[in-house]
Design a protein around this ligand. Structure first.
Ligand SMILES: N[C@@H](CCC(=O)N[C@@H](CS)C(=O)NCC(=O)O)C(=O)O
Length: 207
């Protein structure tokens, strides 16, 4: 059975289309009309009790959480290519920045934008300036997070960076903008953009 992605082009599911294009496996998109609340239907809630997309189904496996989906796809279909092999020391760096995106960058940026008050030492995402410095050190002076080799960590971490730059949720520091430009030049990214735009058009979604 082909991989199925429950999708809406203006959500994080759009980034999963990029991941799938990088991996190069056949897949099918199932559009969910979020305006109509289709993602809250019982059959979708049974797959993801959060009632959110993306949701990926691969035979008997159901995976939610964009970062987990990326890691799953790379391990399952591109181990040694988009994911370092289990005994490769790069795997530590690979996992580190893959998990940093949803656990630090997303809540850290939200906390900053929404002016949350919290004790930095108690919050897993800590201090905003430290987070930015960490991100600069992760990508500064190299092409991809692992150096010359693009990996799924770039689709996870880089997808977050690109999205946040686009919606002005992240300062356009040179390390981030040049990284995002490299991402936009990738053929898989361009194919994914075209697919997401086509789905948006088919469903009459304007931006
Ligand atoms: N942590 C999840 C977040 C998923 C998420 O927030 N999805 C949003 C769209 S980007 C959604 O489905 N929102 C609809 C809703 O919550 O009703 C992930 O990374 O996949």
């Amino acid at each position: 059975m082909a991989i199925v992605l429950y999708h809406h082009p203006y959500t994080r599911a759009a980034n999963v289309v990029w991941m799938l294009e990088e991996v190069g496996v056949p897949y099918q998109l199932k559009y969910l009309d979020l305006q109509a609340g289709e993602h809250k239907r019982p059959e979708i809630m049974a797959l993801n009790p959060m009632g959110k997309v993306p949701i990926l189904q691969d035979d008997k496996a159901t995976v939610t959480e964009s970062a987990a989906i990326g890691l799953y796809l790379a391990d399952r279909y591109a181990l040694g290519k988009l994911a370092p092999a289990l005994d490769n020391p790069d795997r530590g760096t690979y996992l580190r920045w893959s998990v940093f995106a949803p656990s630090v960058i997303e809540p850290g940026s939200m906390a900053k934008a929404a002016n949350w008050t919290f004790r930095e030492s108690n919050a897993g995402f800590g201090n905003y300036e430290s987070m930015i410095g960490c991100m600069q050190s992760a990508i500064g002076g190299r092409k991809w997070l692992l150096g010359e080799q693009f990996s799924m960590a770039d689709a996870i971490f880089g997808g977050t960076v690109s999205y946040m730059l686009r919606f002005k949720l992240l300062e356009p520091l040179p390390e981030f903008t040049s990284y995002s430009e490299r991402i936009e030049q990738r053929p898989a990214r361009q194919r994914a953009n075209a697919i997401n735009a086509k789905v948006a058009e088919e469903h009459g979604l304007g931006r």
